[in-house]
Design a protein around this ligand. Structure first.
Ligand code: FAD
Length: 365
C-alpha cells in the first residue's frame, strides 16, 4: 500500500499504531502537540493486566489476553532494535482481601488464567515485607509490568530509525480537512498535512478533536496520581494490590504506588491530599516504606471511556478518519492488541480478534 497515514497523538497507542502501519503503508507521520510519549503513557504504572480483570467485559479481556501473550516478544524486539529495554518484568500479582474473590476465581477458571487462592501464610512467605492483618490472598502468576517510560522511549527510537516514518513533535492538530465527505488531512499549527487516512489516537484529548466534526465521543480525562520510592532491588518480589491501591516493583528497586481516580478536567497538578493518601496506602501495604523517601510524585490523564472499551475502527460518515483511543485504565496492557487490530482493519487484513465490540459505529453521539 502506498498510502500516507497521519497519526494524531504519540502516546503508546499512536506510536505502536505507527510502528505497525510503517510495515504496511507508504508513509506515516505522527503529530504530537508536545513530545511523544510524555502524557498518560509515561505517567501510568504499566501493569500488564487490568487491575481487576474479572470485572471487565469480554471485549476488554480479549484485547488484554492477546497483549499479555505478545508483550515479552514486543519487549525483546524493541530492545534488540533500539538498545532501550522496556523491561517487561514478570513478577505475578497478589490481590489481598478482595470482596469478590469467588467471582475472580470463577472468571479465572472460565478464562483459563493462572489465578488461584493461596493461603495467607504463603503470601507472607512470598512477600515478607507485606503489611500485617491481611486475611485472604489470590495470586496470578505470569503477570508482568512494563517500564512504560522506557517502552515509549524505545518505540520512539524504533520509529526514528524507520525511513518512512516522520515524528512531528510540538505540532498540535486543531481540526480535520474535509473534502467531499472525506477526511483528507489535518490542520496543524504549521499548516495542513494531507493524508489518505487519518488516525485519531490523542488519548484523553480525542473527544475535543472529534467535536470539531460535530461528533460526540465519550472520552474524557480521568486524572491519576502516583508516587515513587527507591528501595533495594529485591525489596518487593511481586506486585501487591489491596483496596484499589497497588505497589509495582521495577527491576532496579523502584516501587510505584498508585493511584487516584479524579475527575478534574485537564488539570495534572499533583496534590498534597493525594500524596498523603497514597503514602498511607503504601505504608499499609508495605510498612517499611514508612522510612523511605518519596522520590517522585506525578499525575497523568487517562482517556476515560464507558466500561473502558476502546474505540478502534473507522468513523462512520467520515471516510478516511479512524479512531484508536479511549483505553482508560488499561492502555498499556491493551496497546499491542489494539494497535494490531487497528492495523488489520486499516489494511484490510484478517483481524486478530472480532472487531465488532470496539467499532465506533453506533457509539458516537
Ligand atoms: C496513574 C495512572 C496509572 C496507570 N496505570 C496503568 C497500568 O498499570 N496499566 C495500563 O495498562 N494502563 C495504565 N494506565 C492507563 C494508560 O496509561 C493509558 O490508558 C494509556 O497510556 C493511553 O495511551 P494513549 O496513547 O491513548 O494516550 P496518551 O499517552 O495520553 O497519548 C496521547 C497523546 O496525544 C497527544 N495529543 C493530544 N491532543 C493532541 C492534538 N490536538 N494534536 C496533537 N497531539 C495531541 C498528547 O500530547 C499525547 O502525547 C494508567 C494511567 C495513569 C494516569
Amino acid at each position: 500500500m502506498s498510502k500516507q497515514v497521519v497519526v494524531v497523538g504519540g502516546g503508546v497507542i499512536g506510536l505502536l499504531t505507527a510502528f505497525n502501519l510503517a510495515a504496511k503503508v507508504g508513509q506515516v507521520v505522527v503529530c504530537d502537540q508536545g513530545e511523544v510519549g510524555r502524557e498518560s503513557s509515561w505517567a501510568g504504572g504499566g501493569i500488564v493486566s487490568p487491575l481487576y480483570p474479572w470485572r471487565y467485559s469480554p471485549a476488554v479481556t480479549a484485547l488484554a489476553h492477546w497483549s499479555q501473550d505478545f508483550y515479552p516478544q514486543l519487549g525483546e524486539r524493541l530492545f534488540a532494535s533500539t538498545g532501550l529495554d522496556p523491561e517487561v518484568h514478570t513478577t505475578g500479582l497478589y490481590w489481598l482481601d478482595l470482596d469478590d474473590e469467588a467471582e475472580a476465581l470463577a472468571w479465572a477458571e472460565r478464562e483459563r488464567r493462572p489465578l488461584s487462592a493461596v493461603d495467607i501464610s504463603a503470601a507472607y512467605d512470598a512477600v515478607p515485607v507485606l503489611g500485617p492483618g491481611f486475611k485472604h490472598a489470590i495470586f496470578m502468576a505470569g503477570v508482568a509490568n512494563v517500564r512504560n517510560p522506557r517502552l515509549v522511549k524505545s518505540l520512539k527510537a524504533a520509529l526514528l530509525a524507520l525511513p518512512n516514518v516522520t515524528l512531528r513533535e510540538h505540532c498540535q492538530v486543531s481540526g480535520f480537512v474535509h473534502e467531499h465527505g472525506r477526511v483528507t488531512g489535518v490542520q496543524t499549527a504549521d499548516g495542513v498535512l494531507t493524508a489518505d487516512e487519518v488516525v485519531l489516537s490523542a488519548g484523553a484529548w480525542s473527544g475535543d478533536l472529534l467535536r470539531t466534526l460535530g461528533l460526540e465521543l465519550p472520552v474524557e480525562p480521568v486524572k491519576g496520581q502516583m508516587i515513587l520510592f527507591k528501595c533495594a532491588e529485591d525489596f518487593l518480589p511481586s506486585m501487591v494490590l489491596a483496596k484499589g491501591r497497588y505497589a509495582i516493583p521495577r527491576r532496579d528497586g523502584h516501587i510505584l504506588v498508585g493511584s487516584t481516580l479524579e475527575h478534574a478536567g485537564y488539570d495534572k497538578t499533583p496534590t498534597e491530599d493525594a500524596l498523603a493518601s497514597l503514602k498511607a496506602s503504601a505504608i499499609e501495604l508495605l510498612p517499611e516504606l514508612k522510612d523511605a523517601t518519596v522520590v517522585g510524585h506525578w499525575a497523568g490523564l487517562r482517556p476515560g471511556s464507558p466500561e473502558g472499551i476502546p474505540y478502534i475502527g473507522p468513523v462512520p460518515g467520515h471516510d478516511g478518519l479512524w479512531l484508536n483511543c479511549g483505553h482508560y485504565r488499561n492502555g498499556l496492557v491493551l496497546a499491542p492488541a489494539s494497535c494490531q487490530l487497528f492495523t488489520d482493519l486499516l489494511t484490510g487484513a484478517e483481524p486478530i480478534i472480532d472487531p465488532a465490540p470496539y467499532a465506533p459505529v453506533g457509539r458516537l453521539g
